[in-house]
Design a protein around this ligand. Structure first.
Ligand code: ARG
Length: 458
């Protein structure tokens, strides 16, 4: 394809390091769509004949069906998807094929293809995240009143509802979707027609090709169009943050399904056994979601490193943008699907969650608040008094609400039996009605709000 001035073919190692077909073959749909748009534009502008344009379009359709039916042979000697398609086109339609590459370069071609591919992938990820949110919101609604310990430092802090905990991840996924949406909006401009780097002297209509490919507009600067991969960096950043969110929940699943806590049961469908220890139920899917974050963040770091310091315009370094991004985004899709499946099937052990919340003096703050509200104590003093009461209960080895009133009064004589009402975990969560708080009433309202919004979306 480019051998005119060469007497010798490439060394085998040259071919090996240069070829990108093993991964950019995934761009075949976008490559063919972009070539069809380009050929139609060349025909309409009279840059090629209408007859050639029609032959090219027909040939490209044939290639698409050959690839989709597995009949197409990809050749590494033809380097990349662009040349594999064009070479087959020549076999199919003869000399007309040689006119397709008028007023374009592989530089604007690959930038166009990859933008289209990333855009389609963002749409798939967005739909998957919406489904994940739905699974979380449904489970949250079912567990609006399920009390569990809330943790800070992984120490029992205050009681929360399991539904409230799940809704925290719905919010994170909403921001993740927002980041993908922003990236999609900015990437949706067409590089096609920038040609190698300087634009072209042919009377191309870049608005026409941009519109045909669903882009909002053509990119305004030809050098920028072929040079930047910020759209990949941005998408991988959004992917990395999403993966970090998923990995935190995955880690909680690992902790909560451990017999040490026993707060959660995963379904058989999302656990594996051990080949030697028959009692085991391993949360492999959660562990792998936690781990896949590594390769997703890794792809972002790798591309940052590739792009840093690259002069304008196209450099072959940029061919390294695809493999990592494709791997990372497919790992993310799989992770989202696995989390969604685990959430749909997971069964919290309601009794153990309650016992864990009851057991860890999680209502100590409620006691301190009672002292503030009822006895008008400054919060700092109330905190101190409560600390002494908790210490007494802990040394007696009993829960706060099992401590006799006299024992409490020995520490603060003004305490009355009314205090027991705030020592129950149910009353504690019920009282947290501040906006964004954990009260079952809030959880029901928020879960329903999300379910309604998600239903409206699609
Ligand atoms: N396979 C190349 C890539 O992925 C296509 C662009 C090649 N352009 C060039 N001037 N060699 O970046």
């Amino acid at each position: 394809m480019w051998g005119g001035r060469f007497a010798d073919g490439p060394d085998a190692i040259m071919e090996e390091i240069n070829a990108s077909i093993d991964f950019d073959r995934h761009l075949y749909r976008q490559d063919i769509a972009a070539s069809k748009a380009h050929a139609a534009m060349l025909g309409k502008q009279g840059i090629i004949t209408a007859d050639d344009a029609a032959k090219i379009a027909h040939g490209l359709d044939t290639i698409l069906s050959e690839i989709e039916s597995g009949m197409f042979t990809f050749k590494r000697s033809l380097e990349d998807i662009h040349m594999n398609v064009e070479s087959r086109l020549a076999e199919l339609v003869g000399p007309a094929a040689g006119r397709l590459h008028t007023a374009r370069s592989r530089n604007d071609q690959v930038a166009t293809d990859f933008r289209l591919w990333v855009r389609a992938t963002i749409d798939t990820i967005d739909a998957a995240l919406a489904d994940y949110q739905k699974a979380l919101a449904e489970k949250a609604l079912a567990h609006a009143t399920t009390v569990m310990p809330g943790f800070t430092h992984l120490q029992t802090a205050q009681p929360v509802t399991f539904g409230h905990h799940l809704l925290a991840y719905v919010e994170m996924a909403a921001r993740d979707r927002g980041r993908f949406k922003d990236a999609r909006k900015r990437l949706n401009e067409s590089p096609l027609g920038a040609a190698a780097l300087a634009g072209t002297a042919f009377p191309v209509d870049r608005d026409m090709t941009a519109e045909a490919l669903g882009f909002d507009r053509p990119m305004a600067n030809s050098l920028d169009a072929v040079s930047d991969r910020d759209f990949v960096l941005e998408t991988l950043s959004a992917a990395s943050i999403t993966a970090v969110h998923l990995s935190r929940f995955a880690e909680e699943i690992v902790i909560w399904t451990s017999p040490l806590t026993g707060l959660l049961l995963l379904s058989d469908r999302f656990t594996t056994g051990s080949s030697i220890m028959p009692q085991k139920r391993n949360p492999d899917a959660a562990e792998l979601v936690r781990a896949k974050t590594g390769r997703i963040i890794g792809a972002l770091q790798a591309l940052f490193t590739v792009m840093k310091g690259l002069p304008l315009a196209y450099q072959k370094d940029m061919q390294e943008d695809k493999e990592g991004a494709m791997d990372a985004l497919s790992a993310l899709s799989l992770s989202i699907a696995a989390m969604t499946g685990m959430v749909r099937d997971m069964l919290p052990d309601v009794a153990r969650m309650r016992a864990a919340a009851d057991g860890g003096y999680s209502t100590a703050t409620d006691l301190a608040d009672w002292l503030v509200n009822t006895l008008k104590m400054p919060f700092r003093d109330a905190h101190h008094v409560t600390g002494r009461i908790v210490a007494k209960a802990a040394s007696d080895g009993i829960a706060l609400d099992a401590l006799p009133l006299e024992a409490m009064r020995a520490i603060e004589p003004r305490l009355t039996k009314d205090v027991y009402a705030v020592l129950s975990v149910d009353n504690s969560v019920k009282s947290r009605v501040s906006y964004g708080g954990t009260a079952p009433k809030n959880v029901r309202r928020e879960a329903n709000k999300w379910l309604k919004a998600l239903a409206r979306e699609g």
